[in-house]
Design a protein around this ligand. Structure first.
Ligand SMILES: C[S@@+](CC[C@H](N)C(=O)[O-])C[C@H]1O[C@@H](n2cnc3c(N)ncnc32)[C@H](O)[C@@H]1O
Length: 250
């Protein structure tokens, strides 16, 4: 299924001000830490969804955050929340990043984030975006992206609060879409997708796009504090790598 269909279908379940989805605990706080001090920085948020991460960059002092997403429903939610909160340095555009250009190489930005975007496209589309990221990022800028952990479909049963169901083998299924689901702590769940890519694909794509610095890579997971907060929800995820964060300079 196309990402636009998935996200237009349940955009309302994504709209949130406070952490509620599993990945609001297991991934997004770490993305914000990796962004570091964003005071006065210009940022692009690729696959911004309803704007949860971009709003936090704005709260931490980013000068501007430009969000792009293929889902009209998600962008409508992002704009509504920004209007309500009076965050007028947040701007949004509906665009399919597999085809549309973003940013301006003549006016490069300090920071690009892509939080769970690349799991909705094949490796060729990801490579096209990676090349554009390099073109629109300042030489001293930073690029941070997260994806589901490539091994997760094989090591985590298809149960709550997060799973990706494998359709084929680890090495032979590059570019095959795997269906998945992620839960919120209130019991609601949303459909997600992982177009499978191996670690080799991520690293070779970064090199093919012209990135020359060694990326900082982290396998993201829940912590003992999460389990203490809500043992029933987080407990089943103990000791599992859930997502991967890449942080790099051009
Ligand atoms: C898992 S959501 C994450 C949203 C947001 N980054 C966050 O962390 O809350 C993935 C988002 O990627 C968007 N997306 C998927 N494919 C896209 C594409 N080709 N172009 C732009 N956005 C896309 C979806 O519409 C969805 O909003």
């Amino acid at each position: 299924m196309e990402a636009k269909q998935i996200y237009d279908g349940h955009a309302d379940l994504w709209v949130r001000q406070d952490p509620i989805l599993l990945s609001d605990y297991s991934a997004r706080p770490r993305v914000l830490e990796l962004c570091g001090d964003v005071q006065g920085l210009t940022a692009l948020d690729l696959g911004c969804g309803e704007g949860y991460v971009g709003r936090q960059l704005a709260r931490k002092g980013a000068a501007s955050v430009e969000g792009h997403d293929v889902s009209e429903g998600m962008i409508a939610g992002a704009k509504k929340t920004a209007d309500t909160l009076g965050l007028d340095h947040l701007t949004y555009a509906v665009s399919d990043l597999r085809k549309a250009d973003f940013g301006d190489p003549e006016n490069p930005v300090d920071l690009v984030i892509a939080v769970f975007l690349f799991n909705y496209m094949d490796a060729a589309s990801m490579l096209r975006i990676l090349k554009r990221v390099r073109a629109v990022l300042k030489p001293e800028g930073r690029f941070i992206f997260t994806v589901p952990h490539p091994m997760l479909p094989w090591i985590k049963p298809a149960e709550k609060p997060f799973y990706m169901r494998p359709v084929g083998g680890y090495l032979s299924s590059t570019d095959v879409p795997f269906p998945g689901r992620i839960w919120r702590r209130d019991g609601a769940s949303v459909e997600v997708q992982a177009v499978h890519k191996t670690f080799t694909t991520y690293f070779s794509s970064l090199a093919a796009a012209g990135f020359t610095h060694m990326p900082h890579v982290e396998e993201l997971h829940i912590t003992a504090d999460h389990v203490a907060l809500d043992p029933e929800f987080f407990g089943p995820l103990t000791d599992l790598p859930l997502h991967v964060a890449f942080s790099l300079q051009p």
